[in-house]
Design a protein around this ligand. Structure first.
Ligand code: ZN
Length: 250
């Protein structure tokens, strides 16, 4: 079902009037780029149970086994390309209508679409670090086989993203909290608001007076409890329509 264009005019009006808008994005925005949500069926996650393969305890018990999944994930991420939703958010930043994006994704697709201010709440998959001594290793020229790739100290390398069972990188958490408290509009895109602590961010923004616009395919807890306006369409369709409505206003 296509939303009435008045919805998009309302969002554009709000974006036009607000002082500082922020976007919060989740897995849903990258599904259209070929990266499956770990909670949905299909692809990578039908062969690797995310709760097992994504948990830091599993990695530490058997890094070689978890690296079989990480190799496929790395391949998936390297083949993925930004979709119209990523480009629309980059355009909103260029037009000074949002000042930053908090993303729960580790795929770097916002940066590749041209967004400059991106808070990576769960880290990223661009490089690796030693799980023992924390030394960082760039992706380029890294010898991955035999699994797991190892640091010169002998420790196993891991991606620079957060596994289940680990905390949010403190700086990203602080920046996200500051941004959520300081915005007067939050665009929530492709995230159902169920994975803590990122799920608290829309509520924090709302408590501090922000207007909450949700773009999610299906109804979510955010629709029921937090959103002032919900658009249930693919983000790759909805966000470009927001940009078009904004251009028509100005
Ligand atoms: Zn090391």
């Amino acid at each position: 079902m296509t939303q009435d264009s008045t919805f998009y005019r309302q969002v554009a009006d709000r974006l036009n009037q607000c002082r500082g808008a922020l976007a919060l994005t989740g897995a849903g925005i990258s599904v259209e780029s070929g990266i499956p949500d770990f909670r949905s069926e299909g692809g990578l996650w039908s062969r690797f149970d995310p709760m097992e393969y994504g948990h830091i305890e599993s990695f530490r018990r058997n890094p070689a086994k978890i690296w079989q999944m990480l190799l496929e994930m790395d391949d998936l991420l390297s083949r993925a390309a930004p979709n119209p939703a990523h480009y629309a958010l980059a355009e909103l930043e260029k037009r000074d209508r949002i000042h930053s994006i908090i993303t729960q994704n580790v795929d770097s697709l916002h940066q590749r679409a041209g967004s400059a201010q991106v808070i990576e709440y769960h880290g990223h998959g661009r490089d690796f670090r030693c799980d023992r001594c924390q030394q960082t290793y760039g992706r380029e020229g890294l010898v991955l086989q035999p699994l797991p790739p190892r640091c010169s100290c002998g420790g196993p390398l891991r991606p620079n993203f957060v596994f289940f069972g680990e905390g949010i990188p403190p700086e990203a958490h602080q920046n996200a909290m500051d941004a959520a408290r300081g915005c007067d509009l939050m665009l929530v895109v492709g995230t159902s608001g169920t994975v803590a602590p990122a799920s608290f961010l829309p509520g924090i923004a709302k408590e501090h007076g922000a207007y909450i616009v949700e773009i999610n395919l299906a109804r979510t807890e955010i629709t029921r409890q937090i959103a002032d306006l919900s658009i249930h369409e693919p983000a790759g369709l909805a966000l470009p329509r927001v940009v078009t409505a904004l251009v028509e206003l100005n």
